[in-house]
Design a protein around this ligand. Structure first.
Ligand SMILES: C[S@@+](CC[C@H](N)C(=O)[O-])C[C@H]1O[C@@H](n2cnc3c(N)ncnc32)[C@H](O)[C@@H]1O
Length: 276
């Protein structure tokens, strides 16, 4: 991201504030908007902004409504936009949030308190819907067998460990961890409507970006990356965007050693065309 001292930038996924603080530290006058749908993320970042707080507006909301948010803040357009998708470290490591297959907690997985929790969504779902989620969002092998087991037990699925036990009946040994990850990620994506929000947010972000300014998207799931790639390619065909990397950027091995959570990260960078 090229940071201009007179610019306004938007971090659409503030999370723990790592990227936001890094950008603040590199600049003196640049202003930032930090969005997250999770009020716990915003409370955490607010408490850590220190003297940077004059240059930041934190906004609780869904980036799917980016146009409305930016309009409400009376801002005409943006000099740079960042999306770092998925769940935050805080969400994944807080048992009460119910995201992790390693930590016992209620089966919630909500990024926003307004989202319907997973245990409740499962109770209202039919077999086909559960199968669709496991197959398409998780690429879970033999998704139908697990979908049937989840459907039949849906009224007893109250905690992360209840769901884990069902997955353990289906997979074992070296396949277990991989498939626990797939199942939990698939249900997280479904609970938070992540793919739908991403499509809406990205399209709005492209329109809000000033000419010659950049947008960066970091995703951790092939379904997300496909959406990002296709949307960017379509805007490039219309001569609205230019892709700065045609091939996705993956983390270097040293980065993965330092931060294992980055192993599945894929980054795409685009620039708005001069005449748009
Ligand atoms: C991977 S974390 C971001 C981490 C952050 N870049 C950092 O350096 O700490 C993703 C964050 O995006 C938020 N998020 C995901 N989807 C969102 C959406 N549709 N609207 C707003 N926030 C969203 C999550 O609540 C989470 O806090």
């Amino acid at each position: 991201m090229e940071l201009r001292e007179d610019g306004i930038y938007c971090d659409c996924t503030v999370g723990g504030g790592g990227h936001l603080l890094m950008m603040l530290e590199k600049t003196h006058n640049t202003r930032f908007i930090g969005i997250d749908q999770d009020p716990e993320a915003l409370d955490f970042v607010r408490a850590n902004l220190g003297s940077f707080k004059e240059r930041v507006i934190l906004y609780e909301g869904n980036f799917a409504h980016l146009d409305r948010i930016i309009n409400e803040l009376n801002i005409k357009g943006l000099d740079g936009i960042l999306f770092d998708l998925g769940a935050s470290f805080h969400q994944l490591t807080t048992p009460e949030r119910g995201f992790s297959f390693n930590l016992d907690g209620r089966l919630l997985m909500q990024m926003s308190p307004e989202t319907v929790p997973l245990y409740s969504k499962l109770r209202a779902a039919n077999k086909e819907e559960i199968f669709y989620v496991l197959k398409n969002y998780g690429d879970v092998p033999d998704a139908r067998t697990l979908a049937v087991a989840i459907f039949e037990n849906r009224h007893k699925l109250n905690t992360t460990m209840d769901l884990r036990k069902l997955v353990e009946k289906r997979f074992s040994g070296r396949f277990l961890k991989k498939n626990l990850h797939r199942v939990f990620q698939a249900f997280r994506i479904w609970t938070n409507e992540e793919l739908k929000n991403l499509k809406e947010g990205l399209i709005k972000a492209v329109h809000l970006l000033f000419p010659r300014r950049r947008m960066i998207v970091i995703s951790y799931h092939s379904g997300e990356d496909r959406i990002v790639k296709n949307i960017f390619r379509d805007f490039e065909k219309q001569k609205i965007l230019r892709r700065l990397n045609k091939k996705v950027i993956r983390p270097r091995i040293e980065e993965i050693h330092k931060n294992p959570a980055a192993r599945s990260a894929r980054m795409r960078v685009v620039e708005k065309c001069a005449s748009c």
